[in-house]
Design a protein around this ligand. Structure first.
Ligand code: ZN
Length: 238
């Protein structure tokens, strides 16, 4: 699991994800940025704006950790959404610059955070209290998945296995917390099946390789999965 790795390796995985996103973005022409993504209602510009503003929001958490003065990720969910909508109206060049700039800022914050501040508690947009070190996972998850969302050449199979298993673990945890998908059993090839509600009898088994199961569970389409239903719909994750 991602969280079992030393901090330095977790940061490397986040940075590699950023490079993967940057590479996917680099393959797209300015005109193509207006095109659709794997996310309903979001163009590539929305995804880029969101990923850039996410880096800025994580910078705020790292400032909080460094200073001890509470600085939330976003003032409100409304502010977060408005920022993405406004960002999506920027020109392609401005968005590319925004992405580069916010990525560089986040990297600088990580590089300069004092050793003692990594354990400082901050609060995520979902209200979770986490150590500042959790920003590595929060960022890694965003960049790796949204790189595929750009609907370029990136696929879930491009994600490192440890990222895939850790995303799946987050999704399963979220479903269990919200009592969703209790009839589901995820059968990932090569690993023991995961019953969302252990002991539930009327099981609906969704089978596939790790990348396909993560893709489906994350709400990015039923490609390469088999199930009793023709097009199974996963419960909401976020
Ligand atoms: Zn996101």
């Amino acid at each position: 699991m991602f969280h079992d790795l030393p901090l330095a390796e977790r940061l490397v995985l986040a940075r590699r994800g950023t490079s993967f996103f940057a590479q996917q973005l680099g393959e797209l022409s300015d005109d193509e940025l207006a095109g659709p993504t794997l996310l309903d209602g979001w163009t590539r510009k929305h995804v880029i704006a969101h990923v850039a503003y996410n880096a800025a929001a994580l910078c705020r958490l790292l400032d909080w950790a460094a200073s001890g003065t509470e600085i939330p990720m976003y003032a409100s969910v409304q502010q977060r959404n408005d920022e993405i909508s406004a960002g999506a109206t920027l020109s392609a060049g401005a968005l590319r610059n925004l992405f580069d700039h916010t990525v560089a800022r986040l990297d600088e914050k990580w590089r300069h955070l004092a050793d003692s501040a990594w354990d400082a508690e901050v609060v995520t947009v979902q209200g979770r209290i986490v150590p500042a070190a959790e920003t590595a996972w929060m960022r890694a998850r965003e960049v790796w998945i949204h790189a595929v969302d750009l609907a370029g050449t990136g696929r879930f199979t491009d994600l490192p296995a440890v990222v895939l298993t850790s995303v799946l673990s987050d999704i399963v945890k979220a479903w269990r917390t919200n009592e969703l998908g209790s009839q589901l059993v995820l059968d990932v090839s090569g690993t023991p099946p995961i019953a969302i509600k252990p002991g539930h009898t009327a099981a609906s088994v969704v089978r596939g390789n790790l990348a396909s199961i993560v893709r489906w569970s994350a709400g990015r389409g039923a490609v390469g999965v088999t199930s009793p239903e023709a097009s199974p719909v996963p419960p909401r994750w976020l």
